[in-house]
Design a protein around this ligand. Sequence first.
Ligand code: DGL
Length: 277
Amino acid sequence: MNLSSQPGPIGIFDSGYGGLTILDGIRRMMPEPDYLYLGDNARAPYGTRSFEVVYQFTLQAVRRLFQEGCHLVILGCNTASAKALRTIQQNDLPAIDPERRVLGIIRPTVEALGDITHTGHIGLFGTPGTIRSRSYDMEVAKLYPDFRVTGQECPMWVPLVENREADGPGADYFVHKYVFSLLSRDSAIDTALLGCTHYPLLIRKIRKAVPTDVCVVTQGDIVARSLRDYLVRHPEMNARVSRGGTCRYLTTESAAKFSEMGSLFLSRHIEAESITL
Ligand code: DGL
């Protein structure tokens, strides 16, 4: 692969629109860098796909972002972070370019939990892929062995968001269903982690459905802080980030559809470009 050594944008990848909630948090904290977002909307959702398929799709996206000039790619997707990150870091990066980096969002999210929970009982909402991978359970066990994680698969939440039904009555039904199922398994949960980057779009309904003393945690600000710290600790990578304050949006689906939905997600007008992977 012929890759440019010029400074380039920070790449953010997600299966669809969800990673925009991560991009938004990062840009609020760090507006200066250039960013390149890639949503694989044509193949979303990833949450119910096999390990091998999520890995192959994510690798294709990472390669594309590298070809577009990114030196650093954030997997703004828990499913891809859970199922593809480690293999890409260990098996693929050394061959593609050992100087480039791919970072996930599970580790920084787990690190932040220690400052949030009082009871150490964490409720985790995620896609079936994320929950079944047990990636969160393993990270929590490493950092906070006394904490207890109770996971809840929410297979309907991403389709509701991707299909613009997040504010509709169908969403009420499925929010209550999964919240009830989670809380009935551990009444000491004081922290409900939205472990899927699409779920902040449902936060109003989720907050209403959980008891008021349960803190609902999203990942945008957490990942932004972690990325800022990473760039301070890695000046060599920081120097390879271009700084024009721009953001481009790539999608594997229709550009018009992404522009319309993305503008809703971000509450400002955006223009996307359609690509094939
Ligand atoms: N937004 C992704 C995540 O954080 C998953 C969405 C999907 O199922 O494709 O897990």
